[in-house]
Design a protein around this ligand. Structure first.
Ligand code: NDP
Ligand code: 8X3
Length: 250
């Protein structure tokens, strides 16, 4: 029987690359996101390529009722081996005194509350397998940068939640890993800059950023280590990025 992985935010970027990577390695996958048409097309793409089962659940992680109502539809005998808490976003890159408060709320509700709701709703399924929770943090959750304020705060919270989960879930033999990437070229900056493609492209100019596949490969490595080995915390950047603000650009 195939193992099962649950990936939030699999309609693009890192989540989608993880879906492809794990399906390629014979995992059944449950993928989520808000954009139903994209979820359907990822499902079709993967099912055409691999002989694995793909289930889609469309919900907004910010909405507790939607999260629990979607997860309750999973068959009772479902077991989840791995959860990747990936859904997340940055909105704006503005000074603390100028940023849009609605953007702050969306980031905290998505990156922090969404991760908490999904994790709690899925824990009964993960306990059955002594599974593995992998949280997408960020280098922004290790070090703040100018105008990063609440996005950084949300990822510092993810770091704290990962450390807490690791301690509290130890008795269930559940692994917890926080993966903290630097710049990865995905839809992330298009979302952050609210569709301004020029600003988004500038974020990845004059250096070679990480790709979503680089992160999916790294997550796959963490997820397939021997059962007694757990990577607790992993920070990864491209060669030309030393921390949140120092790049060597050509
Ligand atoms: P993308 O924008 O490409 O993907 C984000 C995914 O999250 C989409 O599938 C989106 O799906 C989903 N999502 C966003 N908001 C919600 C919501 N409210 N409910 C459900 N799903 C949601 O970005 P990345 O792949 O780059 O980002 C993935 C994760 O990696 C995020 O947590 C991000 O913070 C983190 N990260 C990214 C870095 C980067 O440089 N790209 C660096 C470090 C960390 P949909 O719109 O369909 O809902
Ligand atoms: C995304 C990386 O440096 O843009 O988490 O905040 S950064």
């Amino acid at each position: 029987m195939n193992k099962t992985i649950f990936i939030t935010g699999a309609t693009s970027g890192i989540g989608k690359a993880c879906a492809e990577k794990f399906a390629h390695n014979n995992f059944d996958i449950i993928i989520t996101g808000r954009r139903e048409a994209l979820l359907k097309s990822v499902k079709e793409e993967i099912e055409n390529k691999y002989k694995v089962q793909v289930t889609t659940l469309c919900f907004d992680v910010q909405n507790k009722e939607q999260v629990f109502n979607a997860i309750i539809t999973l068959p009772k005998d479902t077991s989840i081996d791995i959860l990747i808490n990936n859904a997340g976003l940055a909105l704006g890159r503005d000074a603390f005194d100028e940023a849009d408060i609605a953007d702050w709320e969306t980031m905290m509700n998505t990156n922090v509350n969404g991760l908490l709701y999904v994790s709690r709703a899925l824990l009964p399924f993960i306990k059955k397998t002594n599974g593995h929770i992998i949280n997408l943090g960020s280098i922004a959750g290790k070090e703040v940068y100018e105008n990063g304020n609440v996005y950084c705060a949300s990822k510092f919270a993810v770091d704290a939640i990962s450390q807490s989960m690791r301690i509290d879930l130890l008795k269930h033999n559940i692994k917890v890993t926080s993966v903290n990437p630097g710049a990865v070229e995905t839809e992330f900056s298009i979302v952050r800059f609210k569709g301004d493609k020029a600003k988004a492209e500038a974020a990845y100019k004059n250096y070679i950023p990480l790709t979503a596949n680089d992160i999916a490969d790294t997550i796959f490595y963490c997820a397939t280590l021997p059962s007694h080995v757990c990577i607790n915390d992993l920070t990864i950047t491209c060669l030309q990025q030393a921390n949140t603000s120092i790049f060597y650009k050509k």
